[in-house]
Design a protein around this ligand. Structure first.
Ligand code: AHM
Ligand code: MG
Length: 348
C-alpha cells in the first residue's frame, strides 16, 4: 500500500507486559521460569484489583476477625489477597517457596507440585488501613533465587540481602491499576487495560528526579523520633528561610505503595524512621517484602534507599518479618537525610 511502508505496523502502540517479558527473555536478561513467575503474579494482582474494585458490593470490606504474626488485625482483603497469590503461585513450577506478611513462616511448594528455583516474598495488601475508606492500596513483591542444593526451603533460605533480588515490583490499586517492575534493567510502569485485561507499558526506564521539594512522613510521630530525624524535618519546615533554602511540601497517604508511586512519578522522599514506639522492633516497615523491593525499584530508577545509616539493599536480614527504618526516593534528598544521621552519630 503506497505510503504505509515507512510506518512500522506497531509504531506508537504501547507494548504489553507479555511482550516486554518475551523481549527480556530473548535478550537473555530473564529466563522462562522468571517470565512465568512475573506473569503469574501479574495475573493474581488483576484478580486482587477486581476484588478491591467491587468494594462493599463484593462483601470484601471490613475485618477478617483474625491477626497475623506481627499482632496486626487482618482485613478480609488482606486474607483474600494472600490466598489469591498463594493459589496462583503454588502450581506453576517456577517457585521453590513463598513467604508473606500474612504468614508466620515461609511455605515450600507442596511435594506433589513441580518445584522451581525461585523464592517469592510478598506483602499481599499494603496500606490495609486504607481499604475501608476507598484510598489506594497495593501489593509488593520480591523475588530471590533459592540457594543451590536446597529443595525444601525454610525461612533461613529467604534471609538474603536485597542486592540478591532478581526481580521486584508493586501494584497500586488506585484510580487505575498500575504495575511497576524491575528485573535489574531499569524500572518500568505498566497500566492495566481493564477492558482487555492486559498490563500495557506506559513508562519505560523511569527516572526519579535527583532533587525534590516534597517529603512524606507521618508527622504525628514527630515527638517519638530520634534527634537526627527531628533536626532533618525541622530544617525542611524552615523552608526558604532555613538552611535548605527552599520551601517543602508534605504528602502522606499511609499506603507505602501510593507514596512510593508518587515519588516514582514526580520525585520526593519517603520516610518511616525509627521512633520510640517501634524502636524495639527495629522500625515499622518490613525489610524483606516492603523495604527491599521498593529499594530495588527506586535504585533502578536512579533514586536511593537507606535505613538512614546503611544502604537498604546491603542490610543482612536476620528474620523473615524483620523491620527497618526507611528513607527512599530522590537521591540527593536521601543523601541529606543520611547526612543528618551521620552527623548525629559523630557529634551527638
Ligand atoms: P501494612 O502492610 O500493614 O498495611 O502496613 C504498612 C503501611 C505502609 O503502607 C504505610 O507507609 C505505613 O504502614 C503507614 O503507617 P502509619 O499508619 O503509621 O502512618
Ligand atoms: Mg505493608
Amino acid at each position: 500500500m503506497p505510503g504505509s511502508a515507512a510506518i512500522p505496523w506497531n509504531a506508537m502502540k504501547p507494548i504489553s507486559l507479555t511482550r516486554y517479558l518475551i523481549e527480556e527473555q530473548h535478550a537473555g536478561r530473564i529466563n522462562a521460569d522468571l517470565r512465568l513467575l512475573i506473569e503469574v503474579v501479574a495475573r493474581a494482582c488483576k484478580s486482587i484489583s477486581i476484588a478491591i474494585g467491587k468494594g462493599a458490593l463484593g462483601g470484601v470490606l471490613g475485618d477478617a476477625g483474625t491477626g497475623n504474626i506481627q499482632g496486626e488485625a487482618q482485613k478480609k482483603l488482606d486474607v483474600l489477597s494472600n490466598d489469591i497469590l498463594l493459589e496462583a503461585n503454588a502450581w506453576g513450577g517456577h517457585l521453590a517457596g513463598l513467604a508473606s506478611e500474612e504468614m508466620d513462616h515461609s511455605q515450600p511448594i507442596p511435594d506433589a507440585a513441580r518445584r522451581g528455583n525461585y523464592l517469592l516474598l510478598f506483602d499481599p495488601l499494603d496500606g490495609s488501613s486504607n481499604i475501608d475508606v476507598n484510598i489506594s492500596v497495593g501489593t509488593i513483591f520480591s523475588v530471590l533465587r533459592c540457594p543451590d542444593g536446597v529443595t525444601t526451603p525454610g525461612d533461613e533460605h529467604f534471609l538474603q540481602p536485597g542486592t540478591t533480588q532478581v526481580c521486584a515490583g508493586y501494584t497500586t490499586y488506585g484510580p487505575s491499576t498500575m504495575l511497576v517492575l524491575t528485573v535489574g534493567h531499569g524500572t518500568h510502569v505498566f497500566t492495566l487495560d481493564r477492558e482487555v485485561g492486559t498490563f500495557m507499558m506506559t513508562r519505560r526506564d523511569v527516572q526519579v528526579p535527583a532533587d525534590t521539594k516534597e517529603f512524606a512522613v507521618n508527622m504525628s510521630n514527630q515527638r517519638f523520633w530520634e534527634p537526627p530525624m527531628q533536626r532533618y524535618v525541622a530544617d525542611l519546615l524552615k523552608g526558604k528561610e532555613g538552611p535548605r533554602g527552599k520551601d517543602f511540601n508534605m504528602r502522606w497517604v499511609a499506603s507505602m505503595v501510593a507514596d512510593v508511586h508518587r515519588i516514582i512519578t514526580r520525585g520526593g522522599i519517603f520516610s518511616y524512621p525509627l521512633d520510640e514506639k517501634c524502636r524495639e522492633k527495629g522500625g515499622k516497615l518490613r525489610l524483606m517484602y516492603e523495604a527491599n523491593p521498593m529499594a530495588f525499584i527506586i535504585e533502578q530508577a536512579g533514586g536511593a534507599a537507606s535505613t538512614g545509616r546503611q544502604r537498604m539493599l546491603e542490610v543482612q536480614p536476620t528474620g523473615l518479618h524483620q523491620r527497618v527504618p526507611v528513607f527512599l526516593g530522590s537521591r540527593n534528598e536521601v543523601a541529606e537525610a543520611v547526612r543528618y544521621h551521620e552527623q548525629f552519630d559523630r557529634e551527638g
